[in-house]
Design a protein around this ligand. Structure first.
Ligand SMILES: *Cc1c(COP(=O)(O)O)cnc(C)c1O
Length: 461
């Protein structure tokens, strides 16, 4: 190819100076755009060389580069499962993946994923070990239960418990506790799947120990208590205590099972702890790993040795088996609890236990940056957040939000934040976009400010 033809292929710097590419830089980041332009120019040169084609006129070259660069950037960023920044203030946002993991849990996942491990191998004897052994001792220590078993999620834990302990027999549940948890997990349907027959007792608002007792027959396998973790019955309401349920069950020689749902390992805003349920005498207690515990998705089952052994032998235990990455993350998270470091190290607990003044200062820093944008206004105001994920219903956490007014209007702003390469999820209230700093992780505040600056610059073009 002649040197004249070569000269007609534009230089990277020259392309980057064009206004269309400057605009791309604002939404995708300058470095990404530079890399994409370099790649597109290389491709163009190779095509011209390979096919011995004439170089198109300059306008054609620039249009082709722009469309190719846009496509490269799009493809790079559009992995459908990707990180987002959570500005909703809801720490256990189910749609955004519930709890973020602690740093040591992330490190443990990387370790387990990178190489081989002692997953089911006993280094002392050189023989096969159990993947359950890694977390069992810790769970026993933290909950004072006799034994423990972990599976894929809490829905699976409940299904396994009912299948192994109540198949073809009756299970008594209060009408006030026949809950539906998001994603079609309904207690009555799970019981049916587990082969147990549901015996409803009491009423929606009141169920007494005597109601359970009257329902017990020779076919009853267990009394099941379900923690109504995603709603509250308030007003004229009463439920039999877990001690009463255990007392009635054991007097009749049947089991007492509790699905705790959220599964707080440490006291948190009046939520029943797992240790309390164990201490009350429950034979089986199930709960989630990624709700109030702040770990990975998992179903944790603690309880009497003999019951856990029956669950472990059931074929469903294999189908619901926890995977090694989850196990590594769970183990690392539980170790933080044992060391008493959970409030600082487990992000979920940090978000729920920090002094609201911390969020006020975060919000003020955000607002100052936004108020520096021409024609934008940001106001810091007190706000209340829920924990989300169907946990701690009605409990409000005091905090602060930044309410933003911009020249592009709240609907466009919310949408532009959400549709960025690194999506920022905020909400609209009374014509303003609200950014709650509670769930921002390291570096997120800077990302949010950079995004708002980029949107302001784009709007001003
Ligand atoms: C959330 C919840 C479940 C389901 O737990 P997953 O870990 O999401 O499967 C079951 N029971 C109760 C009471 C819950 O709150």
């Amino acid at each position: 190819m002649s040197s004249e033809l070569w000269r007609m292929i534009p230089q990277v710097d020259e392309v980057l100076r064009r206004s269309e590419f400057v605009a791309l830089g604002l939404s995708h980041g300058r470095v990404s755009v530079t890399l994409a332009v370099r790649q597109a120019i290389d491709e163009l040169r190779n095509t011209i060389l390979a096919q011995n084609e004439p170089v198109p006129p300059p306008e054609g070259v620039h249009a082709a580069l722009l469309s190719r660069v846009t496509a490269i950037l799009g493809a790079r960023l559009q992995a459908s499962l990707r990180r987002v920044i959570n500005c909703t203030g809801i720490p256990l946002h189910t749609n955004l993946g519930r709890a973020p993991l602690a740093a040591s849990a992330i490190e443990a996942v990387v370790q387990a994923a990178t190489g081989y491990s002692t997953l089911e191998y006993d280094v002392d004897t050189g023989e096969r070990g159990s993947r359950q052994s890694h977390v069992r001792a810790l769970l026993v220590e933290l909950t004072k239960a006799e034994s423990a078993l972990v599976v894929n999620n809490n829905a699976g834990a409940v299904l396994l418990a009912l299948s192994a302990l109540a198949n073809q027999r009756e299970v008594v549940v209060s009408r006030g506790e026949l809950v539906e948890v998001g994603g079609n997990f309904r207690i009555p349907e799970v019981m049916e799947q587990g082969g147990a027959e549901l015996r409803e007792v009491g009423t929606t608002n009141k169920t007494y120990a005597a109601d359970y007792e009257r329902a017990i027959t020779a076919r009853t396998a267990a009394l099941l208590k379900v923690h109504t973790s995603n709603y509250q019955v308030v007003g004229f309401a009463a439920a039999a205590s877990r001690e009463q349920v255990v007392e009635v069950a054991h007097r009749h020689g049947i089991l007492a099972i509790e699905d705790l749902g959220s599964g707080a390992l440490v006291p948190l805003h009046g939520e029943p702890t797992v240790a309390e349920a164990v201490a009350a005498g429950m034979d089986i207690v199930t709960f989630s790993g990624d709700k109030l515990l702040g770990g990975p998705q998992a179903g944790i089952i603690v309880g009497k040795k003999e019951c856990i052994a029956r669950l472990e032998k059931h074929p469903l235990a294999r189908a619901l088996r926890i995977d090694k990455l989850t196990l590594a993350a769970l183990l690392a998270t539980l170790r933080l609890y044992r060391q008493g470091e959970q409030d600082e190290q487990v992000p979920l607990l940090a978000m729920l236990t920090k002094d609201p003044a911390h969020y006020q200062s975060e919000a003020e820093q955000l607002a100052a940056a936004i108020n520096a944008l021409p024609a934008w206004r940001a106001e810091v105001k007190p706000a209340h957040a829920q924990v989300g994920g169907g946990s701690l219903p009605g409990k409000e956490f005091a905090g602060f939000v930044v309410a933003i007014e911009s020249p592009i209007g709240c609907v466009a702003l919310e949408q532009r934040l959400r549709r960025r390469a690194l999506p920022i999820v905020a909400r609209i209230e009374k014509g303003r976009v609200l950014v709650d700093p509670r769930c921002l992780l390291a570096g997120d505040r800077e990302e949010v400010i950079a995004a708002l600056e980029a949107i302001a610059a784009e709007a001003a073009l």
